[in-house]
Ligand binder design. Structure first.
Ligand SMILES: [Cu+2]
Length: 116
């Protein structure tokens, strides 16, 4: 084997190791921003908090503490359907944006989900 080929091989191996190290560091940074869980409590015919800001990939749980069913409905984006008294509904935020939502049974109940 020629010396030039050996040098080329060594260079390729070093480059591959550098790329692997960069990929590893990037992976570590990503895991620091692990998805979070948030809860919106439905209580007294109100969403609490009324406005919630989450990152894409985070999970939002609406928990109905009222004695009657409610929904969390942002037309065309998400719709819990009827959440029975004492039950909850889970949604994973997907697309960044600002999404006002209502309870379709009691449209005076309003909330906003902001996805960053
Ligand atoms: Cu309601």
């Amino acid at each position: 084997m020629h010396a030039v080929d050996m040098r080329r091989r060594r260079f390729a191996a070093a480059a591959a190791a550098t790329i692997a190290a960069i990929a590893g560091a990037t992976g570590a940074r990503r895991s620091l921003a692990a998805p979070k869980d948030y809860t919106v409590v439905i209580d007294g015919f109100a969403f609490k908090p009324a406005e919630l800001s989450v990152a894409r990939g985070d999970t939002v749980v609406w928990r109905n503490d009222d004695p009657v069913p409610h929904t969390a409905t942002a037309k065309g984006v998400f719709d819990s359907g009827s959440i029975a008294a004492g039950a909850s509904w889970k949604y994973v935020a997907k697309k960044p944006g600002r999404y006002p939502y209502v309870c379709t049974f009691h449209p005076i109940m309003k909330g906003t989900l902001v996805v960053r």
